[in-house]
Design a protein around this ligand. Structure first.
Ligand SMILES: [Zn+2]
Ligand SMILES: [Zn+2]
Ligand SMILES: [Zn+2]
Ligand SMILES: [Zn+2]
Length: 230
């Protein structure tokens, strides 16, 4: 997958084959190890082979309110016996070891069937990055826009547990990496520094980042992070 610098590309679409959802998706957690739905309290259904959890109650509500879910979601519906079915979402990291991806369901491009990695079609899923000016410190900070729902519970850099501040925000207090998810597009912004807002590359919604209770646990570092605000 190529990394595109989108600083001056206002029409950039991270998932050109999909539409942004008209209503926020509540059936998935931003934390892959959650076992209960943050929204309705129902226990998540866990697809053991695919390694994905979702709330069946919130999902059925979404399906009943949405016509043509495949224009919004890259989803594979697997029919099981006795009129049962399971859904597999490409926009959410999955266990590819058990699931041999053979082609992109959005454009038909073929994949190698032997990979164990969570992979996405590089034509239909486009990663981008930018430097943005922090609204707090006025410094330039890098931001990576992932075209999928990054539901990891641990920091990829230092392996510490991420701190969840809402149903679509989390951060690593050691690395100061912040994650904001868009529930309309199932995309994730990875922000390498402190700022109090972030914009989804697809639907352009701006999310406020709650930084009121954020502390590095080190008062010198906190002074450095916060007192550069002017
Ligand atoms: Zn639910
Ligand atoms: Zn594709
Ligand atoms: Zn970290
Ligand atoms: Zn969005």
């Amino acid at each position: 997958m190529d990394l595109v610098n989108t600083k001056n590309e206002y029409s950039f679409d991270p998932t050109p084959k999909l539409k942004s959802n008209p209503i926020p998706l509540t059936f998935v957690s931003f934390n892959r190890v959650d076992d209960k739905c943050f929204y309705c309290g129902e226990e998540y259904f866990y697809n053991i082979n695919y390694g994905q959890s979702y709330c069946k109650k919130c999902l059925s509500r979404y399906i009943s309110e949405t016509t043509d879910i495949k224009s919004y979601l890259d989803v594979y519906i697997e029919n099981l016996k006795y009129d049962k079915y399971e859904l597999r979402f490409r926009q959410i990291p999955y266990n590819a070891y058990f699931y041999e991806v053979d082609s992109c369901k959005l454009c038909g491009k073929l994949f190698c069937k032997c990979t164990k990695e969570f992979i996405l079609c590089s034509d239909c899923y486009r990663i981008s990055f930018e430097w943005i000016e922090s609204t707090l410190t006025k410094k330039l900070i890098p931001i990576i826009y992932l075209p999928w729902w990054n539901n990891h519970d641990k920091c990829r850099v230092c392996s510490s547990k991420l701190k969840f501040t809402s149903d679509c925000q989390k951060y690593c207090k050691y690395c100061h990496i912040f994650y904001t998810g868009c529930r309309y597009c199932l995309t994730t912004n990875v922000i390498f520094g402190l700022t109090d807002q972030s914009q989804c590359k697809k639907c352009r919604r701006v999310t406020s980042i709650d930084i009121t209770n954020i502390s590095s646990g080190n008062s010198d570092l906190d002074d450095f992070l916060f007192n550069t605000t002017s």
